[in-house]
Design a protein around this ligand. Structure first.
Ligand code: TYM
Length: 331
């Protein structure tokens, strides 16, 4: 049995990228391994949500976790901010992480580009906090999408550096995990390559989107003028639509549209209509459940409290041992 850790930032509703990149694997792993799935609410502060929204967003993601099938009896489900050992281990890890490696991190450079007026130190040390989340439970497997690959590499660096600096074999080196397959990247609908929460209104399909909203978004998806040569290579925006189909449609449906593309008779409108209906079919069961759970504040609170208690136990054990290793021994 492996120890598994992963989390999602509560900066908006879960979208298909979060689902296929992460959540689907959380659900698949929870009965086989020791799993810790949390809501990365400290991480969400790097983009400054307002105090009025923060708790609502957290509850929304928690309701979505449960609606997707996470079972609080099987997995430990908690809020990152409920585990006070996390900021302490984060502080200790900050002492062994270096400015150069943090500045080179792709996600940091991207954030500097998109929020130049808010390049806070939390953004710079984002990978240190993420490494803390993972190694505080001494995890070995981390189910994430492709965009998190570099963060996992940094996590391994911090873990092995700690071991080397203190001459111990304490932290395992965790790996990004997708059942032995390549990590997933679900594209957005606006041609931008990646589905994301902060990419603009027509980029992402959220699990809570109503059917009409899904139809509208998919019909607006970026395409080109259409194929002109038999069996030509698909340009990226078209490949993206097929990648989305791969996630939600039956294989015969995908083959049907692929054949039409290859003999230059495909009408994108028809493909989009089919894609929208398949997405709706896929998200339908989640929508009502999310609403129901969101309305049950007492249950969400209970799940969060029980999860925090379990997570704290594991985190406190690690922190106690780490303090010893670092040299904070009995007086
Ligand atoms: P976040 O909140 O951006 O995304 C949550 C998860 O969803 C995946 N994901 C995608 N996968 C495929 N295609 C997409 N278009 C797509 N968009 C998002 C992400 O890869 C991620 O797995 N840093 C993390 C949160 C975090 C964390 C951790 C994860 C904090 N500490 C410790 C694992 C372990 C993040 O920002 O994810």
């Amino acid at each position: 049995m492996e120890t598994v850790v992963s989390g999602i930032r509560p900066t908006g509703n879960l979208h298909l990228g979060n689902y296929f990149g992460a959540m689907k694997n959380f659900v698949k792993m929870q009965y086989k391994h020791k799993c810790y799935f949390f809501i990365a609410d400290f991480h969400s502060l790097t983009t400054h949500p307002t105090p009025e929204n923060l708790m609502e967003n957290i509850k929304q993601v928690l309701a979505e976790y449960l609606a997707c099938g996470l079972d609080p009896e099987a997995a430990t489900i908690y809020l990152q901010s409920d585990i006070h050992e996390i900021p302490e281990l984060y502080l200790l890890l900050n002492m062994i992480s270096y400015l150069g490696e943090l500045e080179r991190c792709t996600s940091f450079k991207e954030k500097v580009r998109v929020q130049p007026d808010n390049v806070n130190a939390g953004l710079l040390t984002y990978p240190v906090l993420m490494a803390t989340d993972i190694i505080i439970h001494k995890a070995t497997k981390v189910p994430v999408g492709k965009d998190q690959e570099q963060h996992l590499e940094m996590t391994r660096n911090f873990a092995s550096r700690f071991n080397r600096m203190y001459n111990v074999n304490y932290f395992p080196e965790p790996v990004a995990y997708n059942f032995g397959e390549e990590l997933i990247k679900i594209p957005g609908l606006d041609g931008s390559g990646k589905m994301g929460k902060s990419e603009g209104p027509n980029n992402a399909i959220f699990l809570v989107d109503e059917p009409e909203v899904i139809r509208k978004k998919v019909m607006k998806a970026v395409t080109d003028a259409g194929p002109t040569e038999i069996n030509q290579k698909k340009p990226e925006v078209i490949e993206n639509l097929f990648l989305l189909m791969n996630a939600v449609s039956a294989s015969e449906t995908i083959k049907h549209f692929d054949d039409l593309y290859n003999d230059c008779t495909l009408k994108y409108g028809n493909l989009k209509k089919q894609l929208a209906e398949d997405i709706i079919k896929f998200t339908n069961p989640f929508r009502e459940k999310i609403k129901e759970l969101k309305a049950n504040n007492a249950y969400l609170k209970k799940v969060a409290e029980e999860g925090a208690e379990k997570a704290r136990k594991s985190a406190a054990k690690t922190l106690k041992e780490v303090r010893e290793i670092v040299g904070f021994k009995e007086f």
